[in-house]
Design a protein around this ligand. Sequence first.
Ligand code: PMP
Length: 403
Amino acid sequence: MISDLKGTFSQISNNNKRSAIREILKLTQNPEIISFAGGLPAPESFPVDALDSIVSDMLREEGAAVLQYDATEGVSELREVLVKKYRAEGIQCSLDNLIVTTGSQQGLDLVGKVFVNQGDVVICGLPSYLGGIGAFQAYGAKMEGVPMDEQGMSATLLEAKLEELKQHGIKPKFIYVIPDFQNPTGITMPESRRLEIIALAHQYDVLIVEDCPYREVRFEGKPQRLMYQLDQDNHVITLGTFSKIFAPGFRIGWVLGPKDVNEKIVVAKQSADLCTPTFVQKIAVRYMNSGVFEENLQKTIDLYHQRRDVMLEQLEKHMPKEIKWTRPEGGMFLFITLPEHMDALELFHKAIEKKVAFVTGNVFYCDGGGKNTIRLNFSYVNNEKAIAGVERLADIVKAEMLV
Ligand code: PMP
């Protein structure tokens, strides 16, 4: 080995932190453990049979072409399908606004790559998706958190934060938000809050990065318009993905953004992976055009809806009244707040002993807060296990409250 391997690593690689969730997930591998920790979609929701015939038809009809490189922007038919879908919702956009990425995680990484210099400020919710925070921090972003209330990122506190930064001569690069069924809280921003945040973005002249993996997985309530649509002034970059509405193993996401931004992102993507695999993009086009997409999505929504209900019922039944939790209208997660004095990490170790697992909420707080919070996933575990798992968890919480 060379003499100074440590000193040879780049600044970016030293910025990269191991994901705390991955470390937690390692502890939950034991099959006896009922895990509410991961963020996995239910494998029952993957359209295996439909894909079986789509893939063989495709290989027979298109042959080698589906195995070739394609444009960095993405396979044009897929971009067209996605643009058409947005337009059907009344969103004004064209092919120039849409590029395919390798999962929305690549979208987050590329946004970091094209906007963030070492030391730049990026604003996010307290709490926020760890993979987003990590992607921006890798490029040297200094994350500034804004607390959330039951309607998402607080507009009042965002304004205070923007003003405080302005007083110090600092202009943040962008505001990172997950408006629908947020990871980790499950909270959705109503239109009024979206508009307030957009107005602040205009006033302080900053971009918004809107990350929307769960938006279409809505069980109840009124669908909310994208901030991209509400803005109409090129302040918003939206990230989408097939991971929660089709299959995460496809690794297909996209960026819906202003043309000037997308041009930069495409160049950055070129050096990242040349293009997202042609094979899966072509399958996705056929899948989207087959009519199975809508039918399968509805089945997924029904499944998660029922799993959320089971989890809520169990929490209601077993948790002490001092414990609070969110009631998401969609998505895959809910968030528990324990009394202030309780430490979710201590609880986590006790929970692992009792063979139930969750993610401690603090990993989603860029300011180190949230020590008394817990994220629970309800999409993956079946009802029987969920019933047993929540009861075990409640027993541990009750015992802890007596201490
Ligand atoms: N953003 C959020 C908020 C997420 O929760 C996730 C994955 N759980 C992603 C982005 C990344 O998803 P993917 O790369 O699979 O599209």
